[in-house]
Design a protein around this ligand. Structure first.
Ligand SMILES: Cc1cc2nc3c(=O)[nH]c(=O)nc-3n(C[C@H](O)[C@H](O)[C@H](O)COP(=O)(O)OP(=O)(O)OC[C@H]3O[C@@H](n4cnc5c(N)ncnc54)[C@H](O)[C@@H]3O)c2cc1C
Length: 202
């Protein structure tokens, strides 16, 4: 996964609230799964441009492999299959459909959530903080959380004062808002985000 802070449009305003409200941040994220981008685009106060699967050739398509799937084999129809085996078979099937004349916009129906994608999005500062509070939380799914933490590191690099206090609610507000679904490790999470350093690359 690659995360780039492509552009920032921040007017010279004194107040933090006003500055966030009137600032725009554009990110490019490459190599996340479609499962992850689907969660991202649920955030409505933003603009998105996503690589189309309709026109991009997906032969030998790149995909994300969750740690929990590495080394796992299961038996299907008398054959022992790994995640990579299935991805390869889907790729072959897709390729054969396209070769048989099926339009790419229909052949792509067989492609999995794991397929990687590239997406550019712009959020204003207020929405960005809202997004980061939700998606850096331990409750968020691992891939979007990883992406959100990378975004936060880029923002801390450029705007340490503005984003130094941003993180999941237990860090941002000082208390957890997740009730029964809390990870139960607020001290550990707070320590992680108070030490998280800004990086331009990484
Ligand atoms: C841990 C986690 C688990 C999730 N699980 C699920 C799930 O199981 N199923 C599922 O469907 N989704 C799930 N989601 C997605 C979630 O329901 C939201 O769609 C997503 O987090 C976007 O957040 P949002 O609506 O607060 O904010 P955004 O869309 O980012 O908007 C920001 C804020 O602007 C305001 N706003 C935006 N649009 C409107 C509007 N039209 N009218 C009024 N106010 C508006 C709201 O105050 C909103 O909170 C999950 C999210 C998280 C973080």
């Amino acid at each position: 996964m690659e995360v780039l802070l492509l552009a920032v449009n921040a007017p010279p305003l004194e107040g933090e609230k006003e500055l966030l409200r009137h600032s725009y941040f554009t990110f490019l994220v490459d190599g996340i799964s479609r499962a992850c981008s689907h969660q991202l685009v649920r955030h409505r106060v933003a603009s998105y441009s996503q690589q189309s699967q309709r026109y991009v050739a997906m032969k030998k398509f790149p995909y994300v492999t969750p740690e929990t799937l590495k080394g796992v084999e299961v038996e299907v129809g008398g054959r022992k299959l790994s995640y990579d085996d299935i991805m390869e078979e889907i790729g072959e099937f897709y390729e054969k459909l396209v070769d048989a004349g099926v339009p790419k916009e229909d052949a792509r129906f067989v492609l999995p959530n794991a397929c990687t994608t590239r997406i550019v999005f712009t959020m204003n500062g207020e929405e960005l903080v809202h997004f980061l509070r939700l998606r850096t939380c331990s409750r968020a799914q691992w891939e979007i959380r990883k992406m959100a933490v990378k975004m936060l590191r880029k923002l801390r690099d450029r705007f340490p004062k503005l984003f130094g206090k941003v993180g999941p609610n237990c860090y941002y507000l000082g208390y957890c808002t997740e009730g029964k679904k809390s990870c139960g490790r607020p001290e550990e999470v707070r320590a992680f985000f108070s030490k998280l350093e800004g990086v331009e690359n990484g």
